[in-house]
Design a protein around this ligand. Sequence first.
Ligand SMILES: Cc1cc2nc3c(=O)[nH]c(=O)nc-3n(C[C@H](O)[C@H](O)[C@H](O)COP(=O)(O)OP(=O)(O)OC[C@H]3O[C@@H](n4cnc5c(N)ncnc54)[C@H](O)[C@@H]3O)c2cc1C
Length: 470
Amino acid sequence: MAPAAMTFASSLSDAQPVPFWLEDPGKPAALPALTGDEKTDLLVVGGGYSGLWTALLAKERDPRRDVVLIEGREVGWAASGRNGGFCAASLTHGLANGLARWPGDMARLEELGARNLDAIEDAVARHGIDCDFERTGEIDVATEPHQLEELREMHEEAGRLGFGGLELMDRDAVRAEVDSPTFLGGLWDRKGVAMLNPARLAWGLKRACLGLGVRIYENTRALDLSPAGAGMAVRTSYGRVYARRVALGTNVFPSLVKRIRPYTVPVYDYALMTEPLSPGQRDAIGWRNRQGLGDSANQFHYFRITADDRILWGGYDAIYPYGGKVTAELDHRPETYLKLAGQFFECFPQLEGLRFTHAWGGAIDTCSRFSAFFGTAHGGKVAYAAGYTGLGVGATRFGADVMLDLLAGERTERTELEMVRKKPLPFPPEPVAWAGIGITKWSLARADARGGRRNLWLRTMDRLGLGFDS
Ligand SMILES: Cc1cc2nc3c(=O)[nH]c(=O)nc-3n(C[C@H](O)[C@H](O)[C@H](O)COP(=O)(O)OP(=O)(O)OC[C@H]3O[C@@H](n4cnc5c(N)ncnc54)[C@H](O)[C@@H]3O)c2cc1C
């Protein structure tokens, strides 16, 4: 190992291979599993944000509705408890992606996204959810000259279309906020992103659901789904749930509606957490306004500061396992941790000597258009939402509303959206998916190294509206 790599390795020597957020003394005990049969108006499958918001909003829409939620392991153990905690208003995986796909609906999508984020902030306050919610915004930073031009174009385009609130920053302005010698400029979305503690949001939603009378069973996996009388029956290990309607918030895990499985692939994303910074280390980087940050490369990093002044540093590698497996072994990848540690100290050389306390990964439900898709099955008795592609902390609440609209058979401002009415292109079967994703990843890395220039493969994929991201 080269000396520099050895230094990075030693910064990782005490890092626990567990998500920082889930190692919290405030973690609630798991609720008992379902044993026997249950009958309900609405069964929600999945105890991540998708399922929890669906259960909560269902009760808020109609307090008399009986709601049961089942979770295969523990509430919040998966993506919802191990993400970066960037809670964005965007429903479209960013403005550029939305404008490229749904230009006609974009004004409405932005408005609905802003309302959705406001509603999350309101619910956090109303239900007393202690999740360090801070509406600090996010700065996209340029670390290569061509990215400055991209940020400038995005700023202009957003202004032209009336999507204000973005602030273009030169090198000195960004470095006055957060100091890294690698930053060349930035674009600060002051209102459109909040930072939060992701696991505590999930646990807080669980508590809020229980408070409204939702019955939650943990360690209760849904094994299959079949029609039963006027409703549906869901089989679990020790019992069945008979439900008039079923909402699936199962994210990257194999859907109970088999035909939608090809629409997502798991992409593993990894993150490191540092020890708390000393006051001297804080002074060396600034970061007084506590924004989330992301760099603007195809292979990007996201980073933020926690309530106790640690830095979370994640992203860059996006690992697709052949065959789309979701397994516990893939939650850890020491070679990625080493790479991330090296890149961290390139970004913040002033923090040399800082140590990482936690290192983990998780599967992201990637779809080919980077933003969620929705639909129904079994004659409208079952609804699903999936494919959030790394930007689901905020958007899952919107997806929950869409599922409830669909189950009610209602036409709403949400169900009229093209994004809701139309599905993305599915991924092809293996080995074509593996080969296609491999060429795309190689091309994206090459574009980053070549001033952003996209090769013929990426340009063709762009024209087809197909993409790969984490
Ligand atoms: C490392 C990482 C970083 C991320 N960072 C961000 C970020 O900063 N900002 C952002 O917006 N997004 C981020 N994301 C994405 C975000 O976390 C997800 O989009 C979001 O949590 C999805 O919520 P969910 O409820 O749909 O899925 P999950 O949280 O995965 O929940 C699905 C649940 O369904 C359960 N389940 C599945 N099948 C069954 C079954 N058959 N029976 C019973 N239960 C079942 C699972 O056990 C699981 O608990 C990140 C994701 C990862 C992995």
